[in-house]
Design a protein around this ligand. Structure first.
Ligand code: AGP
Length: 357
């Protein structure tokens, strides 16, 4: 395996570096790969299900279906899905799973199939159980992911659920994938030129024991997934929350010892999302809390010293920005964990696929 690592010290960083290629692969997939699924999704009651990181991809999928395709959908984590939803013959389930072997996700697929619903499966492993069960199997083709933590496969899945929403919106005429292609270029820029900056920030704050990870709208699933990644590999506690939820209680925790990671949309492409998160960040600063910001060119609305640290990420369109921010979150988790001497590719207690109840 060492030779496969090449110049990389860990699979996690090797696979993060391969993310841009995984996105190019999704951009290059012909419309025909998505058209049969999109035709069914355009008329069905759509539900998303996945576990862990794949659940957070599904949450992003829910925002994409609403905002790109104007379609209301349901989304539940696979382990809770059956307590909350059933699907019948007019339903379609989008099941997202890197491995295609996750127990909780397969059980939801079985129940949906038994009810007569159609199954769309998004998986990275060819021939997996989910791929074989699905009416509309979509293979990510992101290349084998060795690290127990999902990185490139999360972004590849996110690109695919965006593409599904875009193909539904295009009504069979073929979605414009220029945004995805532009994203891939900027992911290369991020990994090559900003990894060092993110490493410096991670090394400076690795001793902080409790974190909030905040985002709003499309950036709320980003915060949730980034906190999961951070916890998995660093073994440090992080609580993710929609930024607007903070004021309904949790804000009482904020003092000058508390640190928050904020995922901030690009004011130029998403002024409303930006304005929403800014008000929450002002609430934190007013109570002395410290903020690490992942955003874009620092807008004037923030005074000097507002952020403990701020990383200006490459600019992409509104719907691509979550993917840039997810990779920034992965790099932050990675560099923290390396500095703390953690077992990067095989964190304690974790397995690549959870195939038990
Ligand atoms: C991701 O970093 C995790 N290791 C984990 O949450 C994973 O995403 C989850 O177990 C689901 O796996 P799947 O995508 O193979 O179904």
């Amino acid at each position: 395996e060492a030779s496969e690592l090449g110049r990389f010290p860990h699979y996690m960083i090797k696979e993060i570096t391969e993310t841009a290629e995984a996105v190019r692969t999704v951009a290059a997939m012909p419309t025909a790969t998505f058209a049969p699924a999109a035709a069914r999704l355009a008329e069905a009651d759509v539900a998303f299900c996945g576990a862990g990181s794949s659940h957070y991809v599904c949450m992003l999928g829910q925002y994409y279906f609403q905002q790109v395709a104007g379609r209301r959908t349901v989304c539940h984590s696979a382990d809770e899905f059956q307590a909350l939803a059933t699907l019948g013959g007019d339903g379609a389930l989008i099941a997202v799973s890197q491995s295609g072997e996750t127990y909780d996700t397969l059980r939801v697929m079985e129940a949906a199939q038994a009810g007569g619903a159609s199954l769309v499966a998004v998986n990275n492993v060819a021939g997996s159980t989910a791929q074989r069960m699905a009416d509309f199997p979509i293979l990510q083709q992101a290349g084998r992911e060795v690290c127990v933590l999902s990185t490139k496969s999360v972004i590849s899945q996110t690109a695919i659920v965006w593409r599904l929403a875009a193909e539904v919106a295009a009504e069979g005429k073929g979605a414009d994938v220029a945004e995805l292609t532009a994203l891939a270029g900027q992911l290369d820029v991020l990994v090559q030129s900003l990894s060092g900056t993110i490493k410096e920030v991670a090394e400076r704050y690795r001793w902080i024991e409790h974190w909030f990870f905040l985002g709003r709208g499309l950036h709320w699933p980003v915060a949730a997934e980034s906190a999961l990644k951070f916890k998995e590999v660093s073994y440090i506690h992080a609580e993710a929350m929609p930024a607007g939820f903070l004021k309904h209680g949790t804000i009482s925790l904020i003092d000058e010892k508390f640190f928050t990671v904020a995922f901030i949309p690009n004011a130029a492409h998403d002024p409303e999302g930006f304005a929403h998160v800014v008000s929450s960040l002002h609430e934190i600063r007013a109570r002395g809390g410290n903020i690490i910001g992942f955003g874009h060119d620092l807008p004037e609305v923030f005074a000097d010293g507002f952020f403990e640290a701020y990383v200006a990420l490459p600019s992409v369109s509104k719907f691509m920005d979550p993917m840039i921010q997810l990779v920034a979150g992965e790099l932050f988790a990675y560099h923290c964990a390396v500095k703390l001497g953690r077992n990067i590719d095989r964190p304690r207690a974790l397995a690549k696929a959870v195939t038990v109840r």
